[in-house]
Design a protein around this ligand. Sequence first.
Ligand code: FES
Ligand SMILES: [Fe+2]
Length: 332
Amino acid sequence: MTIYYNDDVWLVVAHVSELKKSPLRVFYQGIPIVLFKHANNIHALKDQCPHRGTPLSMGCVKQGTIVCPYHGWQFDSAGKHVAMPGNPDFIESTKTIVQSFDVAEDGGLIWVRHKTNKNNGDIRYIPNIHISHPYITTSKTIEAGIVDIAENFLDPLHTHFVHPGIIRFSRVQRHNCTVSISTVEHGYQATYIEEKQQSGIMSKLFGQHITKSVGRIRYPGIIEVEYYSDHAIELAVVIYLNQENNSRCKLIMRSYIKKKKIPFFIVAAILTPFQYLTFLQDKHILEAVEHSKNELQPSPLVVTDCDVMRPYIERALKQDIVDVSVEKNILL
Ligand code: FES
Ligand SMILES: [Fe+2]
């Protein structure tokens, strides 16, 4: 199921390092977009040549225009037709024939929205931690729906089974955890206070003093997971979810790690393989879920009290924000 947001909402479509000299295909609410760069400005057009429909992202950039790879038609950054090889009578168009989009670079991320004169949709969410903590950014794709992906990152009860040994061990005795769910700006969060430390290797490496963790979802599809010691956020993961279609999402993920005495590149080099492995484990299970749903139209899913964030994810993605204050217990 594709969830559509307001037309003027800014969405993260890529990390800046993904856009090099060649054009890049990204998506805005399921619409394919070609990004291209000229003189340090980024431009965004619908990724479809109006002649025969070829993806313009397969072409190249020439003097600030994008060249279609099929017959060489050229379009400027506003989507005007500026060259048609082979036509001696061609006159440059003054009208836009390829739809263009607003594009912004902010916080090392590329954001796109529909062209608008409105400024009230001008929210580009970058967490405060962006200023205080060093970070690494990666982009990945998962062939699954946005709600299932968002839930996976906010669901502690799968970690024993899908990430045994990395986040939690499945065989150790479970302990009590108090979960408080509350409303935040544009979304909801769950705060977890566990009786004991998490048992997996990640907590041995990064979580020695963790006293609580928080999972959060904000409109339009931003996930945050934070691990707190008494003094600070020790580790946080922020994921911008971008729906490419109803069963595929791009994830632009940032891991923020509190400054330590050891150089950041060493800490990052230790963290990266574990994060990559957990990502592959999640991707594997989420893609199996998606495949199974497509194979066998499932009867309505069973949502229990332990599926702490599922109802709030569905609400947040629809911008349905109401006051919530709930407390419950689970065993982790
Ligand atoms: S399809 Fe693009 S120029 Fe012909
Ligand atoms: Fe997971």
